[in-house]
Design a binder for this molecule. Structure first.
Ligand code: MF3
Ligand code: CO
Length: 253
């Protein structure tokens, strides 16, 4: 599919987006600290919305093609775009909180999966491997490299561990819109795809499944076709002249 060439950010834009990404890292860490058995994802979203107001940012997911909440919260076999609801979280669930914030026309986007209380060793291994996939993807993001370098690094690590990579959803460029072209696939071949240049900002967000890569999407609801677990984590990565800079941070809370 043809798409606009990726937007190269100016130094001024980068400075604003960097500050926003730091604010989002804190907001996401705070939201993850609310995760425990017995709370609902709806109550977490409501708390996030209130916190957004306090720190002076907007949540552009709310109202985006009718999405009703400021966060996407995907539990267990949900792959992405989970709509926060009144179901109680249970010990051993895994939960991905994905938040986008906007301020003065700049956008930041970040997500992380954690377990609710103690998860099974299998669930913990899936979460850990997904974080490793993201780290390998980031390590491959450099000027002169390509999007295929990132996708192949992620895919190799996932498949080496017996997991599969979701095809139906991808990362994306970001900064002056929530989703900028082109897509950033979590699979692919080294050396293929868009060439990376300093000033590009990418959301790299591997979605890794325990079983099949196939996803069944009905409206916003996107679940693994076999009902097995899916994990995701997402960072915003700026391509710099010497390599890259991760603009978001996983802050332990
Ligand atoms: N961070 C999500 C993504 O990149 C935001 C989706 S918009 C929403 O896919 F409306 F679904 F929330
Ligand atoms: Co994203």
């Amino acid at each position: 599919m043809p798409h606009r060439s990726p937007h190269i950010k100016t130094a001024e834009q980068i400075a604003s987006i960097r500050t926003l990404a730091a604010d989002l890292s804190e907001l996401l860490a705070w939201s993850l600290s609310l995760v425990r058995p017995g709370v609902t994802t709806q109550s977490i979203d409501t708390a996030i919305e209130a916190r957004m107001r306090e720190i002076g940012v907007r949540g552009p997911c709310k109202g985006y093609h009718g999405f009703p909440c400021v966060s996407c919260i995907s539990v267990n076999d949900q792959v992405t775009h989970g709509i926060p609801n009144g179901t109680l979280l249970r010990e051993g669930d895994i939960i991905d909180i994905d938040i986008v914030i906007e301020r003065h026309g700049y956008f930041a986007d970040m997500s992380r999966t954690v377990s609710v209380g103690e998860a099974s060793p299998a669930a913990r291994k899936l979460i850990r491997t997904t974080e490793e996939c993201l780290a390998y993807g980031i390590a491959s993001a450099r000027p002169g490299g390509t999007l295929g370098d990132i996708g192949s690094a992620i895919q190799n690590h996932a498949e080496k561990n017996g997991y599969s990579v979701v095809r139906d959803y991808c990362g994306h460029f970001v900064g002056i819109a929530m989703h900028e072209d082109p897509l950033v696939p979590n699979f692919g071949k080294k050396g293929r795809g868009t060439k990376l240049q300093p000033g590009m900002i990418l959301c790299i967000e591997p979605m890794i499944n325990e079983g099949t890569w196939e996803v069944i999407t009905r409206g916003w609801d996107a679940r693994t076709a076999d009902g097995k677990l899916s994990s995701r984590c997402e960072h915003m990565v700026l391509i710099t002249p010497s390599g890259n800079e991760v603009l978001t941070r996983f802050i332990q809370s």
